[in-house]
Write a protein of this length. Sequence first.
Length: 535
Amino acid sequence: MADARLEVTDALGRRIVPVAKAQFEIGRRETNDLRLAGSEVSRDHAEIAVEGNRFTLRDRNSRYGTFVNGEQVSDRLLVHGDRIRLGRTGGAEMVFLLADTQPPVDRATTTAIGDLRQIAALLEGLRALGSGRVLDDVLALVLDSAIDVSGAERGFIMLAIETPDLEMKLARGRGHTTLSGGSFATSRKIPEEVFRTGEPRMVADLLDGDLANVHMGTVALGIRNVLCVPLRLVRYVDKAENVGADRRIGVLYLDSREKGSLLSGSTRAALETLATEAAVAIENARLYRETMEKARMEQEMRIAAEIQQALLPRAARAAAYFSAAAASLPCRSIGGDFYDYVDMAGGSLGFALGDVAGKGPPAALLSAMMQGMFAAQAATSDGPSQTITRVNLALYRRGIESRFVTLMYGVLDADGRLVYCNAGHNPPLLVRASEVRRLDRGGPIVGLFEGALFEEETVHLSPGDVLVMFSDGISEATSADGEEYGESKILECVQKHLAADPSQILDALIADVRDFTRGAAQGDDITAMVLRYGP
């Protein structure tokens, strides 16, 4: 294989790279044989295939194309001295060399190299920032470097990330000083025009023509020269057919009293390249901030979920005359369903299951409040209907708009006497060997009416009777085809496992619901309690 190499010129400077593999890959990706920096270089841009002394350049479906001696190519046999360019203007340039011969020196290329070298360190700094720095740090670095490179006296960055309107984010002056909004008087006309059109704007003298009338505040400070470029977020894609429109996220504005190098062609080209890289760094910093905020919120939700689970009693309860098990599975991190057990005077068991209207944090807060109110009232009331009446009044007087609760509360004595009150909740199923009964006596939803009346009913249980309470997250669970689980399937599952203990019946019911809704998202909190009377 002949000795071949590439003389590379990009934003990192000028260097010689040997072509030392049979398939030499080129692009922005870290794993490429030649990694290039540039706003128009794709991650997998091109490759050089080597067969003996033949070197073939192939484009790898790059976004901005591969050019040899100014002509766009997809597959080209290279010869000594061929000039290769990746991208149209803002990519990278290379010269293909064989043996030790050097190509003629191109004065324009040499000048361009010098222009790019002045911002090479800057671009490397931007890439090093990545997503690990806060947005203000990135903005300050971009502005300070732009002012240093261009010789401008001051500059600012305006962004339109969260709203369609430009918002001043940071203004800086020479010497890395931050300028307050009051000390940075300028017209918004030029920045808004650049952002709207996506085209850079260069003004040699604000006193020319009618510009002075439009920019009176700026002219009054002695400012004459302005350069403003868009911050364009370039979207890199794997395939050419996925190319979409780039998105503008803001503008970089510079001005000065004296022209200096601010309005030179090389400064403008350098700043346009900087603006593209800066847009990526700014977007990364913004995404990093959002990611950290999201992680913080997720951590808070995890803590809230742990607290909510800790507020619930132990899932299983048992005594000489009963055994019970309960579970609550929120459809989000935290939910609005709850259950509770109350040890009554005389050895009776109080048990309740409730469902707060809504989901997420609001429902979870009300659920926690309801647990507290229920526990306080159950310990001092004469029966289920009186307990729910007092809870209803307490919730109604708090005036929490559009927040209501369905609640089922029962008290079971050792002799099998069950007194219950159902306040708008799904009727529990009392499953006996010979019949199934729905416990629906009670009243309206809790918190809806101040003077609501609630009734209670007394039922006598026999050993082996099983009581199943559930929220509508079970009865109204839907399959991927939109079919509801329904009471009939609840009853079918319970009767199938009627001889098992309550915890096994509960596990079987939840597993059956999960299997029924496989492929569909959980739409509501899933809560159930199973109680068996008898030893």
